[in-house]
Design a protein around this ligand. Sequence first.
Ligand code: IDC
Length: 481
Amino acid sequence: MGKTLVGGLAPWLLCLALACDAGAGGPEPMTHFIHDSDGRAMILRGVNVMSSSKSDPLRMPTLEAPDVTRMAERWGFDFVRFLIFWDALEPEPGVIDQAYLDRVEERLDWFAAADIAVLLDMHQDVYSARFCCDGAPEWAIHDDGLPFELQGVWFANYFQPAVVRAFDNFWSYEGEHRQLQDHYASAWAAVAQRFRDHPAVIGYDLMNEPSPGSAFDALELGRPANEDGASATFDRERLGPFYQRVIDAIRREDADTYLFYEPRYGFPGAGAASYLPTLSDPREGEARLVMAPHLYSIGLEATGAYGPGDSTVPDWEARRGLESGAAGTPVVLGEWGLDWSTTDADRFGEDVVSMADRLMAGWAYWSYDPGSWGFWDPATQTETGGVAHLVRPYPRRVAGEPLAFSWDAAAGVFSLRWRGAPEVTAPTELVLPARLFPEGYDVDLGADADAASQSVDAARGVLSIRLPADGREHQLRVTRR
Ligand code: IDC
């Protein structure tokens, strides 16, 4: 055990010590997965639901039950990252609004009925609604009276003095506002107490894009990793201990739900290093911690073009691959997204989805909201260009250990390799969205053909394959007719 851990850490530490390029050596696919109650590895693919809830007085998304069916049946999704907000949850210190959780639960029931797994995401943008966006309740803002001037681009507000100070006060657990983190952790514990047995809920995303406040290093991108820098100090001394406090508080209520944590807000989303310390899961048995980073190309966002030299995706793949390997966690990309009307949107979209397949990582696209970032653009009354990339075959459940999978859209070929597990008897399930296979498909299971039994859920486009449970390696190919 000790040896494996050191073995896993060594290349990562070496890389930090040598400040080597994250791309050196080539990324490795994941070897850790989330498992369902049948012991199958879960590859989660879906959407964020939804930005519209940020500005809704009841903090609910503009989503109806038929949307949920559509997600599963039309797009082939089995995963939703559902936004919840501290200000709705704990409107007064120590008072949990159970009516808010009732509204959340109503939506969770829709997802459960569609067999969509839900990650509850405690969302914040720019600390709080007071400063433009969403997150903390009014009583949890301590900005020491510093100025705030609303900026045109939402994320520029992160650098306003009042916002920076509000974050600094939140992070300073040894300072006079330590009750902020205690409240935050207790609010999470209340969510866990309420939803630990809900069949849709797979995980809790502890905080959306935790911003380092005054520790934000604006010049970090492009520099080699620096263990002594402000970002590393923030990750080690602020963010890591904060996550650990929240993890411990949730685990007092809920031993089993997966806990998802994000690198700090800023350049890790574009491929820079995270310096988070290894977190510990106090549950009995295997840890259930998941790294849930975001991915956005700064170049694409800032200039509307994805330059040929943009190394966001390979940098991100290498960093997150090494970090998750060292931490022993699966990776689920909690957010990635783009405006599909921008130049080179197709190239970026394809780079991300094929990278995620290589890593065998899950993802939640940002977002299900209508518009040019989403699936349906009301302005043009058409599906966006994103649909061609987002609707894609994947193995939603694997009876054993996934070894590799890929989709060749031009050839119409999906391939999967996995190693069976003697104790897992439930079937492997592939999502093969009907729109990609208008004339159907052929399944080639090679040597396993005779032993396999297959069944299809046509409404959902899910093919289930049952093989005798053993520890052998299997391989299949699905070919479009
Ligand atoms: C964006 C919404 C946008 C809204 C803004 C602020 O798309 O309509 O004005 O939030 O509330 C993130 C955030 C996520 C952002 C998203 C896209 O987690 O909340 O949504 N994004 O900008 N981080 C990077 C990008």
